[in-house]
Design a binder for this molecule. Structure first.
Ligand code: DGP
Length: 215
């Protein structure tokens, strides 16, 4: 007879999303330090993962060193998540919480902003592990752009970021937690900590599930 008490606690899949310069990367780092400080098993992840062979192709594209058509780069970003899916599942099942800087929502939002169909963009993401918590760090594209000049990477342009902001709104659902990314670092950090702790506490009762199956 299946007894849930005998199942080891699993880790939580926590994803931070938002426009370039919204502060995600800083907040991911702070959250990981906070959880480590509490003695919780946690790892910082990010997509794209530029260390793999696919990730290097993506990085070269982002740096404008190679040209690829929109569909091809979309599928490479997706493949970069798929090549990490099994490792991700193993870590979560072994009790490690993963704090992930960008996930499939970036995949769909950035590609849809180039004019690709949203459902076409979602298709290759279907079956990846569904996050337990998606935090959207909400900032206007204009304010994000003021935070320091954009670098040389392909998508770091105000007009394009405006389109990405619009695409995120299409994906946003009631399960997402939206945080005002114009608040102070500390206020944002506190809100994220609270959401993460609640999720880590409650998610072991829920099985891992798949993203966008049935959509
Ligand atoms: P980052 O390493 O988080 O700065 O991301 C690099 C850039 O790539 C950033 O402009 C966001 C974009 N990006 C991240 N994930 C995806 C994705 O899956 N698809 C597309 N098209 N762009 C993405």
């Amino acid at each position: 007879m299946y007894n849930s008490e005998h199942v080891a606690r699993r880790g939580a899949l926590i994803v931070l999303e938002g426009l370039d310069r919204c502060g995600k990367t800083t907040q991911c780092g702070r959250l990981v330090s906070f959880l480590e400080g509490r003695g919780l098993p946690v790892e910082a992840w990010r997509f794209p993962d530029r260390n793999t062979a696919i990730g290097k192709m993506i990085s070269s594209y982002l740096m404008n060193n190679t040209q690829l058509d929109d569909q091809t780069i979309h599928l490479l970003f997706s493949a970069n998540r798929w090549e990490k899916r099994l490792l991700m599942e193993n870590k979560l099942r072994n009790g490690t919480t993963l704090v992930v800087d960008r996930y499939s929502y970036s995949g769909v939002s950035f590609s849809a902003s180039k004019g690709l169909d949203v459902n076409w963009c979602k298709a290759p993401e279907k079956g990846l592990i569904a996050p337990d918590l998606v935090i959207y760090m909400d900032i206007s594209p204009e304010e994000a752009a003021k935070r320091g000049s954009y670098g040389i990477e392909r998508y770091e342009q105000l007009d394009f970021q405006k389109k990405v902001a619009h695409s995120y709104q299409i994906l946003l659902d009631t399960t997402w937690k939206v945080i005002d990314a114009s608040l102070s670092l500390e206020l944002i950090e506190n809100q994220i900590q609270e959401l993460a702790l609640e999720t880590i506490e409650s998610c072991p009762k829920m099985p891992l599930s798949s993203l966008w199956i049935g959509d």
